[in-house]
Design a binder for this molecule. Structure first.
Ligand SMILES: [Zn+2]
Ligand SMILES: [Zn+2]
Length: 238
């Protein structure tokens, strides 16, 4: 079986004060984690915190500082951004790693350039326990799916990287699972007859000693070796 990976309202209240002020006062009294969980979607830009003046599916305002770079020049294999180093804009483009290494997957596509802004947003989602960011981050993945995946390959199922049960307990959610779920639900809503099932395929059996986000490329590869295993039900699929 071939595997493919995708690597992320306006609100009105009538009354003495406007809706945004009312909500800010109300939630300002709550503790931060609770406010992060309950804060209504779309009120603030997820990157800078400024109020949004219009609906935006990515939860971002119009400021230049908040525009995320779309990954338009990428390695055809691993999907990493090539910047200005794309040496063959017409044919297949490969990064320096993929010119030398083979991979056990068909291809990867990443919707955004992983720069400081995206890194901050993902860290905020993952480690800041801002679960609501899954809705906005998944929009980038959904767009990427429709642009780069669905018309090119037959998808059997959508899966995600698991987190260890101790981390799941501490964080309260698996950030990859929430995004995968949003993707599967959107496809089901858009194309009820061509929906793609969400399938948990892996278990993480060993916890990392250090967070992989803080490691270099080689160390990250080495650190995930042997820490996951296929679920029993998944073995029957291959
Ligand atoms: Zn902003
Ligand atoms: Zn590559």
């Amino acid at each position: 079986m071939t595997h493919y990976f995708i690597r992320p309202i306006q609100y009105l209240i009538n009354g003495a004060c406007n809706g945004l002020t009312f909500i800010r006062r109300l939630f300002g009294r709550l503790t931060k984690p609770l406010a992060d969980t309950l804060y209504p979607d779309g009120i603030k830009c997820v990157a800078c915190g400024n109020e949004l003046v219009a609906d935006n599916k990515y939860g971002l305002c119009d400021r230049v500082e908040c525009r995320l770079l779309h990954n338009e020049c990428y390695c055809d294999k691993c999907g990493s951004n090539l910047g200005d180093s794309g040496d063959n804009p017409i044919g297949i483009q490969l990064c320096k790693h993929c010119k030398q290494e083979s991979h056990p997957y068909e291809y990867v596509r990443a919707p955004l350039v992983y720069d400081a802004k995206v890194k901050d947003l993902i860290r905020s989602y993952k480690f800041g326990r801002k679960r609501y960011l899954s809705k906005f981050l998944s929009q980038h993945v959904i767009d990427c799916y429709y642009e780069h995946i669905c018309n090119k390959v037959q998808i059997d199922y959508i899966t995600y990287v698991p987190v260890h049960k101790s981390k799941l307990k501490a964080r309260g959610f698996n950030q990859a699972e929430l995004i995968a779920k949003e993707l599967a639900e959107t496809i089901k809503k858009d194309q009820p007859h061509a929906s793609v099932p969400l399938l948990p395929t892996l278990d993480k059996t060993i916890q990392h000693k250090l967070d992989t986000a803080q490691k270099g490329r080689k160390a990250r590869f080495a650190s995930v070796s042997g820490v996951m295993q296929l679920k029993k039900a998944t073995r029957q699929l291959s």
